[in-house]
Design a binder for this molecule. Structure first.
Ligand code: PHE
Length: 334
């Protein structure tokens, strides 16, 4: 009888091994563990055995039952799990993930910062929500200055506004540190302008500030000339056109020669041969006073350039709105 059970065990396990479907497994279970199973048939002969024999056969039969039912459980669980997953066809070509890249404005900011860091400037940033003192007062823009008009600045609440230029960071840095200072400040600025091809209520500037002993206008000219030639090509000429800013004296608008028409006159330069890219000047003594610098000991220059303007000129883009519309057909070209 023991031999019979051993045989039974062998066939039961080999049948179970072959079973692929749930119903095949169920068949094995009924065949070997059901009430009319082969095992029950064999065990019918128990009554003819001695007490010791009964005990031994009973033990072997129980072990068989336990093993085979455990194995059946394992197979059923594995099969159920496998069915939860979709069948994968590994021969289908994969879906390619589109690789992103940096925005043309960010790219232009990186380029500008690279040039200035190679000249020894440090990159710093400041808050976009700014206090009146930093955006105006300390920059020698008094209360009655037209730029203070609520229409020219986005006010968040009393004494808190969206900065209209990156110049406030000049003051923030000078308040904290003593000269020599050589910083470059990229960032977003905000003005309540109606949006058109050349205006946006938000755009980017890069501010520059250098303060030390014996800094002169020729240092400003030299630095900005190097910058503009690295940015637009060795051939470009640089022009400083007299202008006014409350926080610099003297002040100038910064122009590069039109590299689109080589100064023959074209639409991009409105037939003037020159392209304006920013403003600059020598730091006004009033600004030094506001940050407790001794303006007899130190002098410095500051400048601010428009990033969108530079990117538009460099890449031949004729509408500033393209930068902010998130149209992939435009963005993927950079
Ligand atoms: N802040 C000025 C502007 O936004 C630019 C500027 C910066 C001019 C620094 C002179 C010196 O127009």
């Amino acid at each position: 009888m023991l031999k019979e059970i051993k045989e039974l065990q062998k066939t039961a396990f080999s049948e179970l091994n072959k079973a692929q479907l749930l119903e095949d497994i169920e068949k094995v279970r009924i065949k070997y563990l059901g009430r009319k199973s082969k095992l029950s048939q064999i065990l019918k002969g128990l009554k003819d055995l001695t007490v010791e024999q009964k005990a031994e056969v009973g033990k072997v039969a129980n072990i068989f039952k336990r093993k085979i039912s455990q194995e059946i459980e394992v197979k059923i669980t594995a099969l159920n799990e496998a069915n939860l997953w979709p069948k994968i066809d590994i021969t289908i070509p994969g879906i390619k993930n589109a690789r992103g890249h940096i925005h043309p404005i960010t790219k232009t900011i990186y380029e500008i910062c690279d040039i200035f860091t190679s000249l020894g400037f440090n990159v710093v940033e400041g808050p976009e929500a700014e206090k009146e003192r930093y955006n105006f007062e300390a920059l020698n823009i008094p209360l009655d200055h037209p730029a203070r008009d609520a229409f020219d600045t986005f006010y968040l609440k009393d004494d808190l506004l969206l900065r209209s230029h990156t110049s406030p960071v000049q003051v923030r840095v000078m308040e904290k540190e003593k000269p020599p200072i050589a910083i470059i400040v990229p960032g977003k600025v905000y003005r309540p302008d109606a949006v058109d091809a050349t205006h946006s209520f938000m755009f980017h500037q890069v501010e520059g500030l250098l303060v030390d002993k014996n800094i002169t206008f020729s240092d400003l000219k030299g630095t900005l000339s190097v910058f503009l030639r690295k940015m637009f090509g060795k051939e470009v000429k640089v022009r400083f056109r007299p202008h006014f800013f409350p926080f610099t004296e003297p002040s100038a608008d910064l122009d590069v020669s039109c590299f689109v028409c080589n100064q023959k006159g074209c639409r991009v330069c409105s037939d003037t041969g020159w392209l304006e890219v920013g403003g600059a000047g020598m730091v006004d003594p009033e600004v030094f006073k506001a940050v407790n610098y001794d303006y007899d000991e130190f002098s410095g220059f500051a400048f601010g350039v428009g990033v969108e303007r530079i990117a538009m000129l460099k890449y031949g883009i004729n509408d500033i709105r393209l930068f902010f519309e998130n149209d992939y057909r435009f963005l993927k070209q950079f």
